[in-house]
Write a protein that binds this ligand. Structure first.
Ligand code: ADP
Ligand code: ADP
Length: 223
């Protein structure tokens, strides 16, 4: 089964906005870019795929499991846009709480958490309170949380748009390593550059609808 198989997936809010008739397939191990301006419907689409909101039309499966099922949710990671952490906790404590939510056994968590913090470049700063973290560090902490259940598929909602150029580069390098490890990536972004460097295929979204989709290399040569 593909990582994501969405057929005419639609969410219409009460005000008529949202996203409509999105049909895309993302293969396992692929990095897929969902590119569009603010308000295009990118977050809405991802919120449906992770099970946060229910579609008003169409359907989708995640790794062969129905949308919103526990089987699907257990295999995915999600980094929401501008996630806020309890800033009185240390970075390590935040990841540990996420591990508990995912019911990861204590001894396994003890082993995995330092590795994760290392992987996202927080390392020794894991003992510092989140209130002392930069935006980039908070975003990378979010990535560590999203990875705590070793997901096969990870959804990233504008992971680097609020960051300065260095922060962006750091996030990009982490995502490239995840891709090399075979984790499927679904990346929401309004930045062409982010999609261009990481993704194999992409869809262009505007006003809630997909305008075009295809290989990034082909889409960009048609500009
Ligand atoms: P639904 O139609 O899915 O029930 P609602 O219109 O009731 O959604 O809004 C749900 C939440 O989203 C509310 O908390 C509301 O304040 C917020 N919301 C409403 N309009 C917007 C908007 N244009 N952009 C972002 N959030 C919004
Ligand atoms: P993007 O992630 O591409 O910025 P969104 O999915 O957040 O786009 O929003 C798509 C459209 O739906 C926007 O016009 C936004 O204002 C509207 N919207 C988002 N959430 C809600 C909501 N809860 N209720 C009503 N409208 C919403």
């Amino acid at each position: 089964a593909p990582a994501i198989d969405a057929n005419a997936l639609t969410k219409e809010y009460n005000n008529g906005r949202g996203c409509r008739d999105v049909t895309i397939t993302v293969g396992k191990g692929e990095a897929f870019g969902f590119l569009g301006p603010n308000g295009a419907g990118k977050s809405t689409f991802v919120k449906m795929l992770v099970g946060l909101i229910s579609p008003t039309g169409g359907n989708a499966s995640i790794l062969g499991h129905p949308l919103g099922s526990l089987e699907a949710k257990a295999k995915i990671g999600y980094l929401p846009e501008l996630y806020r952490y309890q800033e009185w906790l240390t970075g390590e404590e935040v990841v540990r709480l996420h591990a508990r939510l995912c019911r990861i056994e204590r001894t396994l968590a003890d082993k995995r958490i330092p590795q994760l913090l290392q992987e996202v470049g927080i390392g020794q700063r894991g003992k510092d309170r989140v209130k002392h973290y930069s935006k980039g560090m908070q975003q990378r902490l979010g990535l560590a949380c999203a990875l705590v259940n070793e997901p096969e598929l990870i959804f990233l909602d504008e992971p680097s748009s609020a960051l300065d150029p260095i922060g962006r580069m750091e996030v990009r390098m982490i995502l490239e390593r995840l891709k090399e490890r075979g984790i499927t990536i679904f990346l929401n972004s309004h930045l062409l550059e982010d999609v261009e460097v990481l993704c194999d295929r992409m869809a262009l979204l505007n006003n809630g609808a997909v305008l075009r989709h295809g290989k990034v290399s082909e889409m960009l040569s048609q500009r």
